[in-house]
Design a protein around this ligand. Structure first.
Ligand SMILES: [Fe+2]
Ligand SMILES: [Fe+2]
Length: 261
């Protein structure tokens, strides 16, 4: 018996949402994935997830759980829904009392799958230490899980790589999100953890990590902030599929990258 976990990188704007609505169910079937985790922190206009968009996305049954990241609070009405579902997860290392949950345990036919979302702190907001946050969550949940997957949402490749080593032997799958560009460094670590530094994004192809390219070029030329708009045209889907064996060790990782005209 093997189990396949499909992880999809940051869903961005309408074009990303359309891929969730129209492509992910078929992709999950085609790849024979048992479980699908989708990062949707940029699903509404590229920043955050509005309550109506979250409701529509939760209706997509093929997505088992949505993870997020630093943009999760950008649309304030996410607060209205984040505590009403166990299928939305936000970074676990926000300090103090924080709406929503930072991890979840999902029962499937083949395994009990723990999904943890953490935010890095290098070149990002200074949240609680994500490495220590992982240690604490692991202590709480490992006896109730067969598999632990971590979406480590971070800017610095060094922080993500270091976290992979930190979690190896405890987490079975660790992947990075947030930079929106897929890295080609997928590998299986010594302790059996499947690892990739960034899944890449799901949304507009012909932009600057999702945003209209003219706006971003102009911003770099003028050094003045300009209101962002999502890019139009072709779209891309990026992610990775992790195959685990009967002992839940990762035995294969395949990067997924699809372009839609
Ligand atoms: Fe993102
Ligand atoms: Fe992010």
């Amino acid at each position: 018996m093997s189990i396949k976990i499909l992880a999809i990188g940051d869903v961005f704007g309408r074009s990303g949402r359309n891929i969730v609505f129209h492509e992910l169910g078929a992709l999950k079937k085609e790849l024979e994935a048992d479980f699908m985790i989708v990062n949707f922190e940029n699903a509404s206009g590229g920043a955050g997830v509005s309550e109506p968009n979250a409701k529509e996305l939760l209706n997509v049954g093929s997505v088992d759980v949505y993870t997020s990241g630093n943009h999760i609070w950008d649309k304030r009405d996410i607060i209205n829904i984040i505590d009403k579902t166990d299928r939305i997860i936000r970074p676990a290392n926000y300090p103090g009392d924080c709406p929503g949950r930072g991890y979840g345990i999902f029962e499937t036919e083949k395994a009990r799958i723990g999904v943890i979302n953490l935010s890095g702190t290098v070149f990002m907001e200074s949240l609680d230490n994500p490495f220590i946050a992982f240690d604490k969550i692991y202590e709480n949940i490992h006896s109730s899980c067969d598999i632990i997957c971590v979406d480590f949402h971070a800017e610095a490749t060094s922080e993500k790589i270091a976290f992979g080593y930190h979690a190896d032997g405890r987490a079975n799958v660790v992947y990075g999100t947030h930079t929106h560009v897929q890295t080609a460094d997928e590998r299986i670590l010594e302790g059996g953890c499947g690892y990739i530094t960034d899944l890449g994004m799901t949304g507009p192809l012909d932009g600057v990590i999702g945003v209209d390219k003219q706006i971003i070029v102009k911003q770099f030329l003028t050094q003045r902030r300009i209101k962002f708009e999502t890019a139009c045209g072709a779209s891309q889907l990026n992610g990775a599929i992790f195959t685990l064996d009967e002992n839940f060790r990762c035995v294969n990782i395949e990067r997924i990258r699809r372009i839609f005209d």
